[in-house]
Design a protein around this ligand. Structure first.
Ligand code: F6P
Length: 324
């Protein structure tokens, strides 16, 4: 392998830049050329490439977003699109790719590998932490810190006005952000798709907490939770059934994806980038680099895509006990 391409695709996440930097510098260390592919698979199809030297990635370790930009490409889902991408790669002599993204990115990569036998390695970059084969995805830790910081602020106003706040957080179909940030921010209840609390039990719990002397409450709701049709309907339902509460909703949205990565995400990104390049240099393909029990490990990419992450049951119990 003489030339490695690197791209970021799907939703951006803090730590992607640190991972790009690591891939580029590891290539430079091993005296291999590194090519940045801009705008994910879209840029791959259009040949939006730029040579990246060790100095091209100065001063990016601390910045959020991705210097390579990102996209969710529809064209790459077609055979013609992937054919164009393959021809672009061949025309500049890129012979392996590091894909930084989530399961959509990896699924695209797997199909591409199957069709063209093109070597690929994945680095999990998403705030959702929903990828099998790694305890942490890049950006998850930073997103948790962002959410906790914001909920701390909401708590100030909630307690001043004796209000109940529903705070909706991201996470797509899983509740990892909600559960971890909820415990970290001392939420009264945490609603996640993996555990159906039910509206009756929610009301019961809120009544209990009111009786026990709490005058304000924060309920963290994962965007994928199905307890109400949406968080605003949940507010209406609680207001109808509990007149004693003045309820507000705060949907945190995309701010959760931005910001400077935490030290944890920077270190993780640096470790994953080294492993990704060195795995390709060993002649391996179709793996995802992950962190398991603080060791950098490889998981076959198809397993990473098909496997499901599990919610931390112990943390769920901690959360229940903390609401006493
Ligand atoms: O996967 C990351 C994520 O931020 C999810 O938490 C969220 O559901 C989704 O992306 C939002 O996607 P978009 O930025 O395309 O609206």
């Amino acid at each position: 392998i003489k030339k490695i391409g690197v791209l970021t695709s799907g939703g951006d996440s803090p730590g992607m830049n640190a991972a790009i930097r690591s891939v580029v510098r590891t290539c430079a260390f091993h005296e291999i050329e590194c090519i940045g592919v801009y705008r994910g698979f879209e840029g791959l199809i259009e040949g939006d490439f730029k040579i990246l030297s060790a100095r091209s990635v100065n001063n990016i370790i601390h910045s959020g977003g991705t210097m390579l930009k990102s996209a969710r490409s529809k064209e790459f889902m077609t055979k013609e699109g992937r054919q164009k991408a393959f021809l672009q790669l061949k025309s500049v002599g890129i012979d392996a790719l590091v894909l930084i993204g989530g399961d959509g990115t990896f699924t695209g990569g797997l199909v591409f590998n199957e069709e063209f036998n093109f070597p690929i390695i994945g680095i999990p970059g998403t705030i959702d932490n929903d990828i099998f084969g790694t305890n942490y995805t890049l950006g998850f830790d930073t997103a948790l810190n962002t959410v906790v910081e914001v909920i701390d602020k909401i708590r100030d106003t909630a307690s001043s006005h004796k209000r109940l706040f529903f705070v909706e957080v991201m996470g797509r179909d899983v509740g990892h952000i909600a559960l971890n940030a909820g415990v970290g921010a001392g939420a009264e209840e945490i609603l996640i798709p993996e555990e159906d609390l039910g509206l009756d039990r929610l009301l019961e719990s809120l009544r209990r907490s009111k009786k026990s002397g709490k005058s304000s409450s924060i309920v963290v709701v994962a965007e994928g939770d199905k307890i109400g049709k949406n968080v605003f309907e949940l507010k209406d339902y609680v207001e109808e059934n509990m007149e004693e509460y003045d309820v507000r909703v705060s949907v945190l949205g995309h701010m959760q994806r931005g910001g400077s990565p935490s030290c944890f995400d920077r270190v993780l990104a640096s470790r994953m980038g080294v492993k990704a390049v060195e795995t390709l240099l060993e002649g391996k393909s179709n793996y995802m680099v992950g962190i398991l029990d603080n060791k950098i490990e490889l998981t076959p990419l198809d397993k990473a895509v098909k496997g499901k992450t599990e919610i931390n049951k112990e943390l769920l119990r901690v959360s229940d006990i903390m609401t006493t």
